[in-house]
Design a protein around this ligand. Sequence first.
Ligand code: KIV
Ligand code: ZN
Length: 521
Amino acid sequence: MSKETVQIFDTTLRDGEQAAGTRLGAREKLEIARQLVRLNVDIIEAGFPASSPEDFEAVRLISEQIEGPVICGLTRARIEDIETARKALAKARRPRIHTGIGVSEIHIAGKFADDKYGKTIGEKQATILKMAVEAVRHTAQYIKDIEFYAEDSGRADRAFLYEILEAVVDAGATVLNIPDTTGYAMPEQYGALIADIRANVPNVKKAIISVHCHNDLGLAVANSLAGVSNGARQVEGTINGVGERAGNAAIEEVVMAMHTRRDFFEDVETNINTREFYRSSHMVADMLGMPVPANKAVVGHNAFAHSSGIHVDGFLKKRETYEIMRPEDIGLAESRVVLTARTGRHGLRHRLEEMGYTLSEQELEKTYERFLAVADKKHEMFDEDLAAIISDEIHAIEQVHILEYLHVACGTGTLPTASVKIKTKDEIKQAAACGDGPVDAAYEAIREATGLSPKLENYSIRAVTGGKEALGEATVRITEDGRTFTGRGISTDIIEASAKAYVDAINRMVAAQHVSSEAKG
Ligand code: KIV
Ligand code: ZN
């Protein structure tokens, strides 16, 4: 059975840009429009030309530069708006005018309160119907692709809604937009509204029914899909669901729902190149300065990330256990295993193998223990953290001296002092010392406790990973008898990392001396 196409009407540049606090320039809008072409949307609503000279310019520029999708301009049901939009769209290869008017009693009472529109609600409705028909008729003289929006359809009186829709189709409208302007409808209600329009507007077959849902109750996507299930063949929405108040239906969610649940939406398809979703989402987020929440469906940072032990384990054994979409289908290179304190051994081993480390069971166990200790203090463990742990735990030499205890006291007006306990095979030695700073004091105390005083050639510290709970990695270079030894230490506490690095360097020195004396002896 051949499938019917659901057209995707992107209004990121019009309804999306109406989002509080955002304003895009014409060049930025053109950039987004180019990305929407790559995404292969069917219609780009480029702006509301009569609303401002900037919007006019954006619609004009996009009409001139963009080929492929239909380019649409919004108007009120007013001749002057339509004329302005017509001029802005003059160079568009496939222009559409999207005109309309408020149809619910709340909108009529609020926007058409003046007696010049009629005294009673019935008289006002008659005026509104006349304005709608005149707007469509006027447009039809120049442009054949005409979309009519019946604003606040979700709360409109049904009889009046059917009447106005029939009249505008007779006047030349080719698309009927049924906006749930205030995001008030429940999915079953909105689906039934679309079904009822199809059943009660006699000439409805001459037009495509479009759904335009707002997200005030978080139902914009669900309502749009209910509309499709009931015969709507155009969906309006925005990238990332940006838009007025709580926003519009997120196009990536609507399309991926239809794509992923082809079994449910079996007789429809879209023309969208879903692999462009990730890029589109990032571009719109960056340009509007509206970051995508990490848990946002489809395009959020965590949408393809697995973290808990059970999930990672299941995912690694069979991706479908915890993933219903493939990351590559939205343009992401791959899923992410996020390593946290809840990650199991299997997840850790997998990541280490990807990084090129092959560990024995024992080594993995040791790494895992250390991993958990560090992960407990951090939200997320990065590759650099793992590399630092491996270098510390697995590639380390025999620890002749072990830093058992370190206490440092320092502060403004205080002489920095440190006390340490160093454990060897046979004994535990304690020492305390002062220094120029906390690290210097700790190093002096370590020299006292070990009885070894190699020359400190170099000391450096760097944050291995980002964030305030980042790991610090200290590197020290010491010399003794003309030989140089380098030690490394990591910890979320930089003084501890520094002390560990110094002890590590001393241990390397001792190990080397041991090897030399064995060779001589
Ligand atoms: O939400 C709405 O009703 C609209 C119309 C102007 C189409 O954005
Ligand atoms: Zn809207």
